[in-house]
Write a protein that binds this ligand. Structure first.
Ligand code: ADP
Ligand code: MG
Length: 701
């Protein structure tokens, strides 16, 4: 089937609605979607019926309110369309407007960070009309999914979606104030657009099932490096292996059916690592679609006898996975506010927008960092493959030069142009060069007409980083608008605001190598925050600065912020303790017994060789036995220390204390256990080694 026929087949699109809904109802839906407001119950009933009929034609038997609780993944509870049988025993299929608009899942078991005691457990889901409904084909049936938000009885957000939508509203409102000043009278709203490049690993399912660490934690907790890693750089953009290719082809089809524009696919740097990127879309739709993409990757991989690992660091020693969050802002009339044009130096509106973003990122670097924090990302940020935990902005030569001119002189007289590139071969085309080269090491890089936020972890929900981005930029816009709306000379005042923003905040601009040790020192000199771990970044959620920001723009209440910080601490502690217990299990049930068997074999060999031929040397066996026994003792000691650390952590009852203890004590104890086991892996007979190795996992797919 052609892509154009397949695409969006399983989405209740506007086109489908136009076809199936009476004109007035369709108009009402579009109007609420674009301008906000409430849909009438009468219209909702009509939409619900049409939606159900459409879904049933696709084979759907159930519907679900599809939402994103603070677990970071999506949640769904399926209800069939059946109504109770009549006296003749016949059933009809039903979906009412009320069922479409709201639901009340028994929600007491989702993380709420203390927002809701279990005995006050009501939570409601409410239809997000701005993200289209779709059907999902799964082995349990075909399910109509209605994207919703999830809030408590008292109206507090219990999900990632509600604050995101609030932040989009705030950004739109403040950006429109700026646009009106520059004479735009037609734009009705401004929306952030997002394109998330998703990295992932693919491993063989049978091998995966032999490793408890992969099963319970999504990453390897032990494993010596394979003889070959990524040093030849032959994996990056390499030819895609057949089995993985078949997976990618089916993944694309499944994503296209759900209206997700999966477009770019390639091998990534580490062996067995890959990437899939869609074409960008409206921020909240991009968030939903990224969740669906991750879920679909897992489902399709299983069908191919594979497993998709979305963890930030499945394997030590090779690159981990991130998710580049490409972000820009555009009007509903199609103007990208981050498009610099050919001569950014005299594009006053662009410079104002840019300077506001720079101000926002510098002022709230701690919040941006926090928005990418998860236990898995602790293992990736600051390693060789990912930006450090320090937020900085890369602008590229052209804009950096413009910024420097403004900082020095108040305005910029000219700008560096792109020019043409000649390869020196007469038959090859001349290439129009961009005005700026790329920088791969920056966490927040300007890439032509958007910013690319590269710190986000591969498994993370991108709602969080976009909520922060939208809100901090809304704040900077509002401050600029407050001044400019009072001015009678826009040009002079705008230039003044731009210069002031840049002078106060250009310390966050850094065009050099973000992976280098010198940058860490330089950043410290500049006073930029460096929050190396998840636990160190959580306090930024509840500072006076953050509370002021988020409450002012109606994105989070103070109670919501506090609850989220609780959830973050709690999640970190839980994830770490699951990992620690998995290590204890693997060490005591798999590794140590195997190594003991190996030592017995060596001892046996020594005795037998000696008996058979007293002159023969047994020094190899003796040497192996000595080294193995020494490492075995080290492993046993480390195991005991980790056991003690886990027990001690369970005696702490404040989640903050507990997660700090996990970070400071449990994680080092985990490292200490891993070391001797990894050394043993390099000594012990492969036939005895109880689990597939890094080489098996990464190179045999
Ligand atoms: P890279 O060179 O960073 O790997 P890719 O082409 O893989 O680039 O991904 C770039 C991503 O940025 C795509 O998802 C693309 O749709 C998205 N993108 C492009 N323009 C915009 C924009 N204006 N706003 C948001 N995202 C955008
Ligand atoms: Mg990228």
């Amino acid at each position: 089937m052609k892509i154009s026929e397949l695409f969006g087949e399983n989405v209740f699109t506007k086109a489908v609605m136009r076809e199936r809904l009476p004109r007035e109802v369709y108009q009402e839906v579009v109007n609420v979607e674009q301008n906000g407001g409430q849909i009438s119950m009468a219209a909702a009933d009509v939409v619900a019926k049409a939606m159900m009929e459409w879904a049933v034609e696709k084979g759907a038997t159930h519907y679900t309110h599809w939402f994103q609780p603070l677990t970071g993944i999506t949640a769904e509870k399926h209800d069939s369309f059946l109504s109770s049988p009549d006296e003749q025993g016949r059933v009809i299929m039903k979906l009412t407007g009320k069922q479409l608009i709201m639901g009340e899942p028994d929600a007491s078991s989702f993380p709420s960070g203390g927002l809701r005691a279990t005995h006050y457990a009501r939570g409601y889901t409410a239809w997000d009309i701005t993200s289209p409904a779709f059907v999902k084909e799964m082995s349990c049936g075909t399910i109509l999914c209605i994207p919703t938000v999830f809030v408590s009885y008292t109206g507090e957000a219990l999900d990632n979606k509600t604050p995101l939508l609030r932040s989009m509203q705030a950004l739109s409102h403040q950006a429109l104030r700026i646009l009106r000043l520059f004479g735009d009278t037609t734009a009705k709203k401004v929306v952030p657009s997002v394109g998330a490049e998703q990295e992932y690993f693919i491993v063989d399912r049978e091998k995966y099932l032999m490793r408890r660490d992969l099963i319970y934690t999504g990453r390897t907790l032990f494993g010596a490096p394979a003889p070959k890693g990524q040093e030849l750089e032959d994996q990056y953009f390499g030819v895609i292996r057949e089995r993985v290719g078949a997976f990618m082809a089916e993944l694309n089809r499944e994503l296209w059916k759900m209206g997700i524009t999966a477009t770019t696919q390639h091998n990534e740097v580490a062996p067995a690592q890959h990437e899939c990127a869609p074409i960008f879309s409206t921020c909240n739709v991009a968030v939903d679609q990224n969740q669906l993409m991750m879920e679909t990757m897992k489902r399709v991989a299983t069908k191919h006898g594979l497993v998709c690992l979305l963890h930030e660091k499945p394997f030590a020693g090779v690159n981990g996975s991130g998710k580049h969050n490409n972000w820009s802002i555009a009007t509903d009339t199609g103007e990208n506010l981050l498009d610099p044009g050919k001569t950014p130096n005299d594009n006053l509106q662009f410079l104002l927008v840019l300077s506001c973003i720079i101000k926002a990122v510098d002022r709230h670097a701690d919040l941006l960092r926090m928005s990418t924090a998860c236990a898995g990302n602790d293992l990736r940020l600051g390693a060789d493959e990912a930006p450090p935990a320090i937020i900085s902005i890369f602008l590229g030569n052209q804009l950096e030069d413009v910024v420097e001119q403004i900082v020095e002189n108040g305005t910029a007289a000219g700008c560096i142009a792109g020019g043409q590139l000649d390869t020196g071969v007469s038959t090859l085309p001349l290439i129009d060069k961009d005005a700026t080269d790329r920088n791969r090491t920056s966490p927040f890089a300007f890439t032509g007409n958007k910013f690319e936020f590269r710190m986000v972890g591969s498994s993370d929900c991108i709602a969080n980083c976009n909520t922060v981005l939208n809100t901090i930029v809304a704040e900077a816009f509002s401050e600029a608008a407050d001044i400019l709306e009072q001015s009678d000379n826009l040009e002079i005042s705008a230039n003044r605001v731009i210069a002031e923003n840049l002078r106060s905040h250009s310390r966050v601009i850094f065009n050099g190598n973000g992976y280098s040790a010198e940058w860490v020192e330089e950043a410290a000199r500049r006073g930029l925050p460096n929050l190396p771990s998840m636990v160190s970044s959580v306090p930024s959620l509840t500072t006076a600065k953050a509370v002021d920001l988020f409450t002012r723009f109606g994105v989070f209440t103070k109670a919501e912020l506090e609850s989220r910080s609780e959830v973050m601490y709690e999640t970190y502690a839980k994830v770490t303790l699951i990992e620690a217990r998995t290590m204890l299990h693997m060490a005591s049930k798999h590794y140590i017994p195997s190594v003991v068997r190996y030592t017995a074999r060596l001892a046996d060999s020594i005795c037998k060789v000696r008996a058979a031929c007293p002159e023969a040397s047994v020094c190899v066996q003796e040497d192996l036995l000595t080294r193995t026994s020494k490492l075995l003792t080290e492993a046993r000691d480390a195991l005991h220390r980790l056991e003690q650390a886990v027990a001690q952590s369970n005696s702490l009852d404040c989640v903050r204390e507990m997660s700090n203890f996990c970070h400071d004590t449990v994680v080092p104890a985990m490292h200490a256990l891993r070391e001797p086991i990894d050394s043993l892996e390099l000594i012990v007979d492969k036939a005895i080694w109880p689990v597939p190795t890094y080489g098996d996992l990464m190179f045999e797919v």
